[in-house]
Design a protein around this ligand. Structure first.
Ligand SMILES: Cc1ncc(COP(=O)(O)O)c(C=O)c1O
Length: 362
């Protein structure tokens, strides 16, 4: 069997163009060629994150930078906003880093809302919070702009935001929102091979990090800043990833940001409609559906239809497409379909046609 096209919520399908860029001839990471490469993409990254801050490149997966954010920015106590598998894990990560951490937990499928955070931060116990903008396990997008408004009320609290599966698919204006750390693993909406995380920090976060005695070595944000000022990374990066990112950024700005955001929203809606046509309901609370993936109920949380998800996956795989059979504790009672990256109405309709056929064969 040939290649099975990825419609799981990351890693996603990587284009031939991106792969060609990934395989560019190697250069040294302290040479002018690398500095020129980073200098070329820096303004594009800044436009994409809507920031005047430098954007850093970490050739680790997202968790590296997530753990780094905890080590650089938590001095007192961190509030971990938990609404799914990835955000839930952040509490464990903070505790394993030896930090005082507290959970703000909602039922999976629900979003994190600003007033919940407000009620917790009012205690004055916290100097940081972690939030996942787009919880990939549940397909829920929490209202980041409303949450970020709280930063005005709690300027001393570092707002650490994971946009792993939303950055580049929807507008996240880092400077205007006033958040402190924004990070994304590029195997999701950027459609790069896994292994690269882009992130940025506010000036306040950098000042705070400089005072931390627990920054460690590999994810020391002060080192990222120092090196980025000279168009370098603290250690040897995966240079192939950075070539691939440069190619992808040209694609992104060629398409136009607004067009890219609209495309993702439209494609997610097409999958939502596919689910409804087949008698399924959606897992996320209405109004908080992700624009990059659709998490579909399989008879849970609703009176919606239930099917043999493993069989559906197998039938669709035989037609050349990989969908996800649900993550963590909702494996099997949900399934997920990604539309992130380079997908179009045409490619999504091919997937939906394969799913239609598979549904008949169940
Ligand atoms: C929202 C979110 N955060 C964090 C991660 C962890 O990313 P990684 O496995 O690349 O470290 C994922 C992975 O799927 C994710 O979806």
């Amino acid at each position: 069997m040939g290649h099975v096209k990825l419609h799981i919520p990351g890693p996603v399908e990587v284009s031939e163009k991106t792969f060609r860029a990934f395989c560019s001839p190697m250069i040294g990471h302290r040479g002018q060629g690398f500095k020129d490469l980073y200098a070329k993409i820096q303004p594009q990254l800044q436009s994409l994150l809507y920031t005047n801050q430098l954007v850093y490149l970490s050739t680790s997966s997202a968790w590296g930078v997530m753990e780094g954010a905890i080590r650089n920015l938590v001095f007192k106590r961190v509030l971990c906003c938990m609404c799914g598998a990835f955000s839930d894990k952040w509490l464990d990560v903070a505790q394993r880093c030896g930090k005082q951490a507290e959970a703000l937990k909602v039922e999976w499928g629900s979003p994190i809302l600003a007033d919940m955070i407000d009620a917790k931060l009012a205690s004055g116990q916290f100097d940081a919070l972690t939030l996942i903008h787009n919880e990939t396990s549940t397909g829920v997008m929490s209202p980041l702009a409303q949450i970020a408004e709280l930063k005005k009320k709690y300027p001393e609290v570092s707002f650490i935001v994971d946009a792993v599966s939303s950055l580049s698919a929807t507008k996240i204006e880092f400077d205007r929102l006033g958040i402190d750390v924004l990070l994304a693993g590029t195997q999701k909406a950027f459609a790069l091979p896994p292994g690269l995380t882009v992130f940025t920090c506010s000036a306040a976060a950098l000042e705070k990090a400089a005072k931390s005695k627990d920054r460690g070595y590999y994810f020391d944000f002060v080192e990222f800043q120092k090196n980025a000022q000279d168009n370098m990374t603290p250690s040897t990066p995966s240079i192939g990833h950075i070539y691939a990112l440069a190619s992808k950024l040209d694609d992104i700005f060629g398409e136009g940001l607004e067009a890219r955001y609209l495309r993702h929203t439209t494609l997610a809606q097409l999958t939502q409609q596919w689910a409804e046509r087949h008698g399924f309901t959606l897992f996320p609370e209405k109004g908080y559906e992700s624009v990059t993936l659709t998490c579909i109920n399989n008879g849970s949380r609703s009176k919606g239809r239930a099917v043999d998800v493993a069989k559906l996956q197998k039938l669709v795989k035989d037609k050349g497409f990989l969908i996800d059979g649900g993550y963590g504790k909702i494996k099997g009672t949900t399934f997920r379909i990604s539309n992130m990256g380079d997908e179009t109405e045409a490619t999504m309709s091919q997937l939906h046609a394969a799913l239609d056929e598979a549904m008949k064969q169940l």
